[in-house]
Write a protein that binds this ligand. Structure first.
Ligand code: FES
Length: 120
């Protein structure tokens, strides 16, 4: 046996923006989908801290493929579960393609936070 899981899917749920952009729901959809597919021993969904890509979220990273997605809604999570996550292919429209490596935080004035999640 080489490793305990075939894939580990990290979902940012503790940073400044992703939780306010729906990442907890994204994470729950992924967990439920993996469970319903009977893949809990193969795919681990992990609640993660900030990826330093704030404002692009919800952010999701899949290892060992090294695939990073941005703006992953609950509906997008269902689409990932319907194919790309299981097959190892990429969902091109959600790929995170930062202009430079490392930290890529969008200025706060450009964050897309739903009104219900904004600071009062
Ligand atoms: S809050 Fe998710 S990348 Fe920072």
């Amino acid at each position: 046996m080489s490793r305990p899981y075939e894939k580990v899917v990290f979902v940012c749920v503790h940073g400044r923006t992703c939780p306010r952009q729906g990442s907890l729901e994204t994470c729950e959809v992924l967990r439920e989908g993996v469970s319903e597919a009977g893949l809990r021993d193969k795919i681990r969904i992990v609640k993660s801290g900030c990826f330093a890509q704030c404002g692009h979220g919800p952010m999701v990273a899949i290892e060992p493929e090294g695939i990073w997605y941005r703006s992953v809604t609950a509906e997008d999570a269902r689409e990932l579960l319907a194919g790309p996550l299981l097959s190892g292919t990429r969902l091109e429209r959600l790929l995170h393609r930062p202009e430079s490596p490392g930290k890529n935080v969008i200025p706060q004035s450009q964050w897309h936070i739903p009104p219900s999640e904004q600071d009062s």
